[in-house]
Write a protein that binds this ligand. Structure first.
Ligand code: UFG
Length: 322
């Protein structure tokens, strides 16, 4: 397969490129490097710097490369930022994909694997199934849901086939430790907690312990980035082999409380934990039913919470000593 990975220099995009190349596929990357890094770009991938909102940049790639399937990872994903800058989120996350789909149509490339999010389920608490109501509570989730719908209408009108993946809580790093989550200003639980054991942060603050869960802290479904990335390889094969359009959760079917995650990190090295107030917009529990991805793609996560935490630890230690 010749796969165009839009956003292949970012965290999840780069891991997917690594999995595709392990699977002996040909990879072309288009990335504007606004939040990606050249050092995450796999040396065997063909790289184009460009912005999908600029049609000429997209045409340049399609005119030069034969493409069987497109994957999109080039989204802005910070929830509080999306609340402050909704127009920027719509412009980047929705308009970018609109231009990409337009060029795909013009070049008769009609298969897309699209990264969506559990944020489309909104306040839904508990196990999420793909046909549950979608009621996002922030612009980030809204832009992903709007784009899901755009892809569905485009599929309906022009005969595109898609796989839409709704990600749960992604963390960890590739086993090679060549790539991982590079960002400087981290907000997600696992990397923040890891920073707390490698001297980059004094403590982890737990945002609220009065939720209706077994220990009062929020429950999330953590998925290793390499497991998630591999699902995209399966998704691309599925489409190229004639699979019909589907939307699937990517999670583990299991939830862990914030305290349990803190304990998993503390098992590596002592982690100071302090209790803080609730953070706005946190649902008590978000866990994926991953039955659909198992059934359709024969996909199951290989890594557990301990593996996820350990790999993020090794990667963070590596980049902090650079
Ligand atoms: N948390 C803390 N302290 C921290 C950071 C996080 O207690 O310093 C808590 C949060 O309050 C939450 C849990 O840890 O209860 C997980 O928070 P994250 O910020 O790591 O992740 P979110 O669950 O908020 O969101 C992530 C993605 C979303 C996606 C969602 C799906 O950022 O895009 O997972 O579950 F929709």
């Amino acid at each position: 397969m010749r796969v165009l990975v839009v956003g292949g220099a970012g965290y999840i995009g780069s891991h997917t490129v690594y999995e595709l190349i392990k699977d002996h596929q040909e990879v072309i990357i288009l990335d504007n490097l606004s939040s990606g890094y050249m050092e995450l770009v796999h040396p065997e991938a063909t790289f184009y710097q460009g912005d999908i909102r600029n049609k000429a940049d997209v045409i340049r790639v399609f005119a030069k490369e034969e493409i069987d399937v497109v994957m999109h990872f080039a989204a802005k994903i910070v929830v509080p930022e999306s609340v402050k800058e909704p127009l920027e989120y719509y412009y980047n996350n929705v308009e970018g994909v609109r231009v990409l789909l337009e060029v795909m149509k013009e070049f008769n490339v009609k298969k897309i694997v699209f990264s969506s999010t559990a944020a489309v389920y909104g306040e839904a608490s508990g196990i999420c199934h793909e046909d549950d109501p979608t009621v996002p509570i922030n612009p980030y989730g809204e832009t992903k849901l709007a784009t899901e719908k755009m892809i569905k209408w485009v599929s309906n009108a022009y005969g595109f086939n898609y796989v839409i993946f709704r990600y749960f809580n992604v963390a960890g790093a590739d086993q090679s430790l060549k790539i991982g989550l590079m960002k400087d200003q981290l907000t997600h639980l696992i990397p923040v907690a890891i920073q707390g054991i490698i001297g980059l942060r004094d403590h982890l603050m737990i945002f609220g312990d009065d939720y209706p869960t077994k220990d009062g802290t929020c429950i999330r479904d953590y998925i290793h980035v390499s497991d998630l990335a591999y699902a995209h390889v399966l998704g691309a094969h599925y489409l190229v082999n004639g699979g019909t359009s589907e939307t699937m959760n990517l999670g583990s079917n299991a939830g862990f409380t914030v305290r349990e995650v803190a304990e998993a990190v503390n098992a590596i090295a002592p982690l100071k934990v302090v209790m803080g107030p609730r953070r706005d917009g946190d649902p008590a529990e978000l866990v994926a039913s991953n039955d659909k991805a198992k059934r359709i793609l024969n996909w199951s996560p290989k890594y557990n919470l301990k593996d996820i935490v350990q790999s993020d630890y090794l990667y963070r230690k590596k980049i902090s000593y650079k």
